[in-house]
Design a binder for this molecule. Structure first.
Ligand code: 3HC
Length: 394
């Protein structure tokens, strides 16, 4: 019987790392938060203090609980401190070389039965695991921004990850108050980033090619499709440097379907990385951007919704995740009111395919080419909710 996870290390104290460390401490675990300088660690602790007091202010936690959580976190620049951890969560920038260095160090210093996980948004868990002497104890544990609020954790199985490791990581995610979904295959973008990536790709090209304005797309996303944020607003929120890495990885993995759009390169070169620098697609100096509601009618939301459905269908076809888990992931990881496959059944799969075919014939862009699963469902008469069967059986 394996030991219960009581002590964790979070490596990387940035936007994701500090939030993950906070969650672990709030769940009663002892937490080491590791980074390369005291300044970075001080900033992370400052952010954690802010977030805990915000949660206490709103009555979500008791004041004493906030203080106790804070006292359970030990910031450190030394890996040598991690000799008693049961599980580590790496959350450093998305560079394979850097991740491998971190895993090598974790493999050296942590007890040999400790589980090592990565919060990577898109990189290969299998490749990371191979640098360690315990690839069976390496898995993905992917949180969503802000980790204190978003209810999802994607648990990713690498080629060598054992069932026991998956079980324990799932258990930890639940103990942190999250809903875990299993990503059965170590494929790029997993679930949420792959679907959001397809959407970013579509709308970035729309603006880059002058087909629409970002404010129109964002107004339609927020006020017609009822997404919690506009897509350009969300890009800024994630951080354009982080997003560019993800979009490159997706482009390399899926070729022309998710062909990299250079629209963010200039902003990045200017140091305008989104919310964290005060400016990206939008000016964030006074908080969230104001997106005029009246622009919502200027953009047809079905254009990006069918792209989301299409990518979700590819995920099902590639056997990366179960239908239900794809929908749960988008609802809990990105705050969507409905999952894309529920939406497909509601819109009607034949309508989705017709819309995609129309866009493909007009524009010739791979992203609109219907996934074979959708065409197969139409052939079988699995047309969605009204027909009694689509992605779900009614
Ligand atoms: N800690 C505590 N409280 C926080 C917080 C934090 N870290 N962040 C925000 N809050 C609080 C705010 O202060 C605010 O409190 P208030 O009501 O007292 O002012 C409250 O939460 C609600 O926030 P907002 O008023 O800003 O607005 P929303 O109601 O829209 O909620 C949101 C914010 C939850 C971020 C929502 O907009 C949302 O779900 N957006 C989509 C986010 C998303 O898609 N995330 C996934 C991105 S992809 C990803 O992360 C993967 C990675 O690999 C890149």
């Amino acid at each position: 019987m394996s030991k219960k996870v009581e002590t964790v290390a979070v490596v990387g104290a940035g936007i994701m790392g500090h939030g993950i460390a906070q969650l672990c401490a709030m769940a009663g675990l002892k937490v080491y938060i590791v980074d390369i300088s005291d300044e970075i660690l001080d900033k992370a602790m400052e952010r954690i203090r802010w977030s805990l007091s915000k949660l206490a202010e709103k009555g979500k936690i008791e004041k004493e609980e906030a203080e106790a959580s804070l006292s359970r976190i030990k910031p450190t620049t030394s890996y040598e401190d991690l000799i008693d951890v049961d599980l580590a969560i790496e959350a450093v920038p998305e560079k394979m070389k850097l991740k491998k260095l971190v895993f090598q160090k974790l493999d050296e210093v942590t007890p040999k039965e400790a589980i090592l996980t990565s919060n990577t948004s898109s990189l290969s868990i299998t490749e990371i695991s191979k640098i360690t002497r315990r690839p069976d104890k390496v898995a993905g544990m992917h949180f969503f921004n802000p980790p204190q609020i978003m209810a999802l954790v994607e648990v990713i199985k690498g080629d060598y990850t054992s069932e026991e490791t998956i079980r324990r990581v799932m258990e930890l995610a639940k103990a942190l108050g999250k809903t875990p979904v299993l990503v059965k295959k170590d494929s790029r973008g997993f679930i949420v980033n792959r679907i959001l990536g397809a959407l970013f790709n579509k709308v970035f090209w729309d603006v880059h090619l002058g087909r629409a304005k970002k404010e129109e797309i964002d107004a339609a996303a927020k006020y017609s499709a009822r997404l919690p944020m506009g897509l350009f607003e969300l890009a800024d929120y994630i951080g354009l440097d982080v997003l560019a890495e993800i979009m490159r990885i997706l482009s390399d993995a899926y070729g022309d379907r998710l062909k990299y759009c250079p629209i963010i390169d200039e902003l990045i070169a200017q140091g305008n990385l989104g919310r964290k620098t005060g400016r990206g697609f939008y000016d964030w100096s006074a908080g969230r951007p104001n997106i005029p509601k009246e622009l919502a009618k200027e953009y047809d939301t079905s254009e990006f919704l069918v792209v989301a459905v299409n990518e979700a269908a590819w995920i099902v076809m590639d056997e990366v995740a179960e239908t239900k888990d794809v929908d749960t992931a988008m609802k809990l990881g990105a705050g969507w009111p409905k999952g894309p496959l529920e939406l497909a059944d509601e819109l009607g799969i034949e309508e989705v395919v017709s819309k995609l075919e129309l866009l493909f014939s007009e524009r010739g862009e791979e992203i609109y080419k219907p996934c074979p699963v959708l065409k197969d469902y139409v052939k079988r008469g699995w047309l969605g909710r009204e027909a009694g069967r689509g992605f779900y059986v009614y």
